[in-house]
Design a protein around this ligand. Structure first.
Ligand SMILES: C[S@@+](CC[C@H](N)C(=O)[O-])C[C@H]1O[C@@H](n2cnc3c(N)ncnc32)[C@H](O)[C@@H]1O
Length: 216
């Protein structure tokens, strides 16, 4: 298990929710220093997706929301070590942030990869991908903005697809090809690497936010 490195200064990447209390809207221009388009990842874990995507697309701002403070710190360390200036990490609950603090139509993309499945029936209500989150994502995405989802859990994938199918604000789009990984950098996330090495199937779906004017 990777340990956080206390000596590394991550203050430019890891945000402090205590410095931004309450439910004030998050101002992306203030957080990223300019008005670049912003991509959110929900449940960033140790930040492999954020680091790879931010390096490939330097013109975008990548904002990871990770409830486990230790993982948020590790993801921030990864971004700092890679010299990335377009990554920010919010240690906190994505459900709350997306519902209350993300400005409407302010995101280019949302990514949700391998959300915790909460297997037990009585725990399923803890799943982060639920009807409320779909509503928050629909509100937060700009017209033509995209949502990308992946999970190894077929049943959870089915639930996600059903939630998305009944929401007329989204249309399903082709999933970007993953390709065969040649190195660790070719995996989308840490969990994808783990599961693909184990030979588990990965279920993926992508959606586009329909512009309001096109919704009948
Ligand atoms: C199974 S891990 C996947 C991590 C990463 N996306 C990957 O694929 O490697 C799920 C992550 O979501 C985080 N998480 C769970 N509930 C969350 C919530 N409500 N808000 C933000 N992060 C959450 C967990 O702490 C965990 O790091």
């Amino acid at each position: 298990m990777t340990r956080p490195r206390a000596d590394l200064d991550v203050s430019s990447v890891l945000l402090d929710p205590a410095a931004r209390p309450g439910d004030d809207p998050l101002r992306w221009a203030e957080l990223f220093g300019d008005d670049r388009p912003v991509v959110v990842e929900i449940g960033s874990g140790k930040g492999l997706f954020l680091a790879n995507a931010a390096a490939k697309r330097p013109g975008l701002g990548f904002f990871g929301i990770e409830i486990a403070r230790k993982y948020a710190r590790l993801a921030a360390e990864r971004a700092v070590k890679a010299g990335l200036t377009n990554v920010r990490l919010w240690p906190g609950d994505a459900g709350h942030l997306m519902a209350r603090r993300v400005v409407a139509a302010s995101l280019r993309e949302v990514h949700v990869y391998f959300p915790d499945p909460w297997w037990k029936k009585r725990h399923k209500k803890r799943r982060v991908f639920n009807e409320t989150l779909v509503g928050s994502i629909a509100r937060a995405l700009e017209p033509e903005g995209e949502l990308h989802v992946a999970t190894d859990v077929e049943e959870y994938h089915g639930v996600i697809r059903e939630l998305m199918a009944v929401d007329i604000r989204f249309v399903e789009i082709d999933v970007p090809p993953l390709g065969e990984p040649e190195s660790d950098h070719d995996y989308l996330t840490n969990f994808e690497r783990k599961y693909r090495i184990e030979g588990r199937p990965v279920h993926r779906s992508s959606y586009r936010r329909v512009a309001e004017t096109l919704i009948a």
